[in-house]
Design a protein around this ligand. Structure first.
Ligand SMILES: [Zn+2]
Length: 483
């Protein structure tokens, strides 16, 4: 989650806006991984959403009722009026800024965002896997291969440590081909997590002239992302030998295969980044494949940009709640903290990048001129952003445009997905689910429903209907996708 400094733009966060008046913020989504679109609900309508065409398809595939999503082309400069939240064809006033999208080479539709205007020049990479063309084929960001001056670079620091030296995708593809050749005539399961890694398997299938088996959910996602070569994918499990399985289903599927003494098989895991080619046990093989940049790639990119300020995108999970609580929307304190940090010499990969790949002396006046409390407050007033969040705003009924499902329907849906489903993942008991829900809300009603689903019809729940509905919706959407 990032508020773009001194604007009303939020990148990859759909939760914060719920504590503010409608249309306080303009939303940008870098890509459709769940930890980035978290907070979005089926009728989410807290502000306009800008993203790439493919990301828009993904959103609509999951939430067909969301309106006000604007898709933008890559490598094109757009003008965005921060007051009206609309695109315009020219700079209309002080609050019209330039926006451009560049491919982030992370998953289909993933982008970086460039924002340039009265507040300076800010580049948000989103999650990205570096490749050379980001520099050589980007005349907006690198005219004549020289980066434009970036005041603030918010970069994907997922593997920001020299110990992460995993190879490029082509090398990993070669490693996988070799593993499969050494296990010829065996079934090949390829365990992967989030959407985006299918590309590498396509290379392998072209090599072996076969199709890739995927589950229906993934097949539909691939169609939504306008994947080229869809003919390489199939949901038909017979007649083909390479199959993508969900990382979370891996253990279950493997033990199933072993128990049923099925045909010979191997399982290639793609997430072990520091253990390239660990000794195989005859079944499990590991290849170090990542959709994020390794440390050297990250360094090459940041060094080519030479920003004045370098900010991390990924906040460690354990610090996230604290970060959310503190940050609010005021960037002035953060800026002062960064100035202090420049004087110290930390030891982390991030500190090294700040020391070696940034140049604070190049910071623009446009950026620094807002960095006092008075200036900042005046600016936010002009943009119509209240400074303090107000939880009362959450009570409003934004999502009431269409008839809501009844509690009974919600519970049925919950049961369908988690109790009676034949998914090979660990099935939670009603009690587990009820305890989880209780952890977020102390509502006794929920416990009643979930413990005794057969009595649903008897329970009176008018007062809490809205609240329970929201919790369940949130719960369902939180759990039905890999991050
Ligand atoms: Zn991602």
């Amino acid at each position: 989650m990032r508020l773009i400094t001194n604007t009303n733009i939020i990148v990859d966060d759909f939760e914060l806006a719920k504590d503010y008046k409608l249309d306080t913020f303009i939303h940008f989504l870098t890509h459709f991984h769940q930890d980035h679109w978290q907070g979005m609900t089926p009728l989410w309508n807290y502000g306009k959403i800008y993203c790439s065409k493919i990301t828009k398809q993904f959103i609509l595939n999951k939430f067909p009722k969301i309106e006000r999503i604007v898709s933008l082309d890559m490598n094109h400069i757009y003008y965005l009026n921060l007051k009206t939240q609309d695109l315009t064809d020219r700079i209309e006033n002080e609050f019209t800024i330039e926006v451009a999208l560049f491919s982030a080479n992370h998953i289909p539709g993933s982008t970086m965002f460039l924002f340039r205007g009265y507040m300076g020049t800010i580049l948000h990479t989103g999650d990205f896997r570096y490749n050379k063309s980001m520099i050589t084929q980007n005349p907006i960001l690198f005219p004549q291969y020289q980066s434009i001056q970036i005041d603030e670079l918010i970069f994907d620091n997922t593997y920001c440590d020299p110990m992460f030296n995993f190879p490029t995708a082509d090398i990993v593809a070669q490693q996988m081909i070799k593993i499969i050749e050494n296990n010829i005539k065996k079934r090949v399961l390829i365990a992967m997590g989030a959407l985006g890694k299918e590309v590498i398997v396509m290379e392998i299938c072209k090599y072996f002239k076969t199709k890739i088996i995927v589950i229906e959910e993934k097949y539909n996602q691939l169609i939504a992302s306008s994947t080229e070569n869809m003919n390489l994918f199939t949901t038909d499990r017979k007649g083909y030998f390479i199959e993508i399985i969900k990382r979370s289903h891996r253990e279950q599927i493997i033990s199933q295969y072993l128990e049923e003494a099925k045909e010979n098989f191997i399982c290639i895991n793609t997430d072990f980044l520091m253990q390239s080619h660990r000794d195989p046990d005859g079944i499990n093989y590991m290849v170090p494949y990542s959709l994020h940049s390794n440390y050297q790639e990250m360094r090459t990119f940041v060094n080519a940009i030479k920003p004045a300020i370098l900010k991390k995108l990924v906040i460690p999970y354990e610090n996230f709640a604290e970060y959310r609580r503190k940050v609010r929307i005021n960037p002035v304190k953060g800026f002062q903290g960064y100035l202090k940090r420049l004087k110290t010499n930390g030891e982390s990969g991030y500190s090294t990048l700040i020391r070696e790949c940034t140049d604070f002396t190049k910071i623009s006046k446009n950026y620094t001129k807002w960095m006092t409390e008075t200036k900042f407050r005046g600016l936010m007033e002009q943009l119509g952003v209240q400074l303090e969040p107000d939880r009362k705003n959450r009570k409003r009924k934004v999502d009431q445009v269409m008839p809501k499902p009844t509690i009974k329907q919600c519970i049925r849906e919950l049961e369908k997905q988690y109790i009676y489903s034949k998914k090979p993942e660990k099935v939670e008991s009603l009690e587990d689910i009820s305890n989880r829900l209780k952890a977020t809300n102390n509502n006794q009603q929920i416990t009643k429903f979930l413990k005794k689903p057969q009595q649903i019809e008897d329970v009176e729940c008018k007062n809490d209907e809205e609240e329970i509905y929201n919790i369940i919706q949130e719960y369902l959407h939180f759990h039905d996708n890999d991050a």
